[in-house]
Design a protein around this ligand. Structure first.
Ligand SMILES: [Zn+2]
Length: 112
């Protein structure tokens, strides 16, 4: 009789481990996934920070300049100029004085 209850107890323990092993593995998988996605956003955040306002051509800092109400970014080293699409559209659609804008952009005095 004694071994019967022992076997039953052992069988229950095995069941418990079986159920909980699955749960523990699932919990570990979720922890792993959470850590991986945290690393992913951290990595893309680092990438964004590393390249934020950096010249796509030479990697130096870009400075924001407002010319005729339109924001442009100019590289402090190679003087490359960057426009957002919205800024270009603004220039195309709304801006009446495009020639003046480009003169000012390139540092020429106003002709008028
Ligand atoms: Zn540059």
């Amino acid at each position: 009789m004694a071994w019967d209850t022992e076997d039953i107890r052992k069988g229950r323990e095995d069941d418990w481990f079986h159920r909980n092993e699955a749960q523990m593995m699932e919990a570990a998988r979720q922890r792993r996934e959470a850590a991986e996605s945290a690393k992913k956003t951290e990595a893309s955040e680092e990438l964004r920070k590393a390249h934020w306002r950096k010249c796509p051509k030479c990697g130096h800092d870009m400075e924001v300049e407002t010319i005729s109400g339109i924001e442009v970014e100019r590289c402090t080293s190679c003087e490359g100029i960057f426009f957002d699409r919205g800024e270009l559209e603004q220039l195309l659609v709304k801006h009446q004085d495009r020639k003046g804008f480009f003169r000012r952009l390139l540092g020429y005095p106003d002709s008028r």
